[in-house]
Design a protein around this ligand. Sequence first.
Ligand code: SAH
Length: 509
Amino acid sequence: MASASSSPSGICYLVGAGPGDPGLLTLKGKECIEAADVLVYDYLCNPEHLRHAKPGTERLYVGKKAKDHTLTQDKINELIVKLTREGKVVTRLKGGDPVLFGRGAEEAAELADAGVRFEIVPGITSAIAGPAYAGIPVTHRDHCSQLTIFTGHEDPTKEETSLDYAKIAKADGTKVFLMGVERMEEITGKFISNGADPDTPMALVRWATHGCQQTLVGTLGTMAAKVKEAGFKAPAVAVVGNVVKERAKINWFESRPLFGKRIVVTRTRQQAGVLSKKLRDLGADVIELPTIRIEEPTDLLAFGELVQDCHTYEWILFTSPNGVDAFFKMFDKLYTDARSIGGVRIACIGPGTAEKVRARHLAVDLMPEKDFVAEGLVKALKEHQNLENVNILWVRAQETREVIANELTGLGAIVDEAIAYRTVKETEDNLEALARLKNEGADMITFTSASTVDCFMDLGVPLPEGCKVACIGPVTAAAIKKHGLSLDVNAEVNTIPGLVAAIENYWKK
Ligand code: SAH
């Protein structure tokens, strides 16, 4: 029964955010983030998931690592009840699964008592996914057909413990425990004193499914010492049993080419995803630190007028994917019929830009064969036809090199410049990424345009020691040199896949 004071539109989703890998969020979990007015999340929930939120969504961090700002469980309960009663869609994100050692049940009970609507959205738990990402299946026909999951948080020496180590130690099959790193000696000691074989294989998986995953393999008898020696810290999943032997064969996650490399991506938040995904797929631990943001041009009216006349030109030149996006955003406002673009031919600077054009079901008439830079495009056009008196519309960024206009005009063309967007410094929402960069360092930073270099340097954050610098092509390389940085990787093919290939190749050496 809803209480009189609660608004019927309010609902709280208790969502499992999965163990960390941004892909290990359920479709329903993602929908709940998209629908949220308020996101309430904690320490083990990967902040990457917040990107699914609509603009303006309130974000409340109630994580344990906030030290001074830690909210007690009672306060969190109060908070989600209050917000839901206000009629908001509240998405409460919890690491892993919300009801496996996640106190989701307590939050659900509070919401039920308060008479507000709620739903539980299960998530992928670290207890199973953690071992799987270390190449350890929690069950296996050859080894076991039973799984015990318990918490290592309880002090095994305390008298009123609800855990019966005598039973756990003797139980068949795999045992997984969470929250046990700090008590490794007591826990493994209890196993052995209760009759478990000290040679039983065991593994700990730290920050499982994240790019920075670490795995420690040993036995019940050796693990406590190994943890001390390695300075191994929480959060980690512990897995005990013969299934650990499978890791020798199926350790897939940690054997990918860029595993163990922390790489910074500085593109805009909207564009970072493609590069980040490619790097993550190769195993890298990616820090997204957008240094630039795309905004409307200062003179939107002038841009609109040129777009309106686009069908009167012989050529439209697109020199960036952002330009294509801005152009068609305006085009769609002005026209309802795709044919309004007329018979104009389209030239693109490179494959990324061309892909955007083709996504509109428009053919690209001309593109440089290689050299995906302004000079390459001018050369391609020049070789294609005599440019005397040819009308060209160049869709460009507000701040860019003038090569295209200068060269084409020099060849007799009549060039109109449609300033489609501005690149400005990104200052929002970077605190987390900056903190990671400062605290954890990075193995490599990537730059995909001169503006990303300029804006990164503007942040005044020194490059971590030993951090390599990778860039997409000659123009970006020049910007890097201008700032006195040394360049380690320069893509041969000036595209995102080209950059990724160059990075992969660099670490192969
Ligand atoms: N509800 C969560 C567990 C919360 S209890 C789940 O289903 O996964 C917190 C403990 O979970 C941590 O101390 C750690 O033991 C484990 N844990 C959660 N995420 C983890 C991760 N990515 N890697 C390793 N351990 C993790």
